[in-house]
Write a protein that binds this ligand. Structure first.
Ligand SMILES: Nc1ncnc2c1ncn2[C@@H]1O[C@H](COP(=O)(O)OP(=O)(O)O)[C@@H](O)[C@H]1O
Ligand SMILES: [Mg+2]
Length: 295
């Protein structure tokens, strides 16, 4: 089922000189994880803000084209109508925190309260969510006093608590260490198991390769390519257009340049292991690498 449908969307902020989204069309299906990748300033955050409806309801400017989310035209639908369906985590965790709550506990319950949920249900949900995000120890802390990484976790936790169908998560791990980053991605994969749809902006490309079903490459306000991680991340043009590629893929290119016969380019670690063991079996990998399987 299609839940987001954009057709020839162009958008210019009131203060920007030219359009920052240019003739964008895309379609998101329920239950999949989508990643937006590409260089800074390309328009990824603007696209997220449009799908949430902040454009045109908060940011004015010039919007052209058709944008339909959950079968509603976003231009004609108020932000509140999407509140329980779309969870949005802004790129900057400092702006995401409400600033009106006294504790992380309250912060996580804030959205639920605004949806008018019953008190017992709210308290039960908060406890569950704090546990899922491993932030029980932050419960009594003041949201404004958290570190950037803690704020990012709390921001996503607050949205998760509201149980929306579509999650729009803009660079959720930018302030997190590798442990925190992996925790966030395990939550993303759990969301997928629950049948949620996720639109994720993320530049940690190994993780995008592992978790995304489909990737959109954004540059200069356009979607210049899209496809599965294998489609996109094994192409030189993706790197030339401002995205990182997985280390495993770059290793394979390098090996190819050195004369190794590479037929399948890996994007995931297990695929890279397969590539190396294939080279080894062909007698031109293991010996030159000095790789010998210990059995
Ligand atoms: N509120 C705003 N007002 C005017 N211009 C903006 C605003 N937000 C972003 N822009 C501009 O829009 C372009 C796209 O930005 P953005 O969507 O943040 O890109 P990305 O998330 O890919 O880094 C940039 O040129 C940026 O300077
Ligand atoms: Mg951005």
């Amino acid at each position: 089922m299609e839940i987001v449908h954009l057709e020839n969307i162009s958008y210019k902020y009131p203060t920007s000189k030219e359009a920052v989204l240019k003739n964008i069309s895309l379609s998101l299906e329920a239950g999949k994880v989508y990643a937006l990748i590409g260089e800074n300033g390309g328009g990824k955050s603007t696209l997220c803000s449009l799908i949430r409806g902040f454009i045109p309801h908060v940011f004015k400017g010039d919007l052209e084209g058709k944008a339909v989310v959950f079968e509603k035209d976003i231009v004609k639908t108020s932000l509140g109508e999407f509140a329980d369906m779309i969870g949005y985590v802004a790129q900057n965790p400092f702006t995401q925190i409400t600033g009106t709550t006294e504790s992380v506990y309250e912060e996580v319950g804030y959205g639920l309260e605004s949806l008018g949920k019953k008190r017992e249900e709210i308290l039960e949900t908060i406890d569950q969510v704090l546990e899922i995000f491993h932030i029980e120890d932050l419960a009594e802390k003041k949201p404004n006093e958290l570190s950037g990484g803690q704020k990012q976790k709390v921001a996503l936790a607050s949205v998760y608590a509201m149980n929306p169908d579509l999650f729009i998560i803009d660079e959720p791990t930018s302030q997190l260490d590798p442990v925190g980053t992996n925790e966030i991605f395990s939550i993303v994969s759990q969301l997928k198991e629950f049948g949620k749809t996720v639109l994720l902006v993320e530049n940690k490309i190994e993780l995008v390769a592992q978790y995304a079903d489909e990737i959109f490459l954004v540059k200069d306000g356009k979607i210049i390519d899209h496809g599965t991680p294998t489609d996109l991340l094994t192409k030189k043009s993706t790197a030339e257009n401002g995205s990182f590629l997985p280390q495993f893929t770059m290793l394979a290119w390098k090996l190819h340049e050195e004369g190794f016969p590479i037929d399948v380019y890996p994007v995931l670690q297990e695929e890279a292991v397969e590539m190396v063991s294939k080279l080894r079996m062909q007698g031109n990998g293991g010996d030159r690498f000095g790789i010998h399987r210990s059995e």
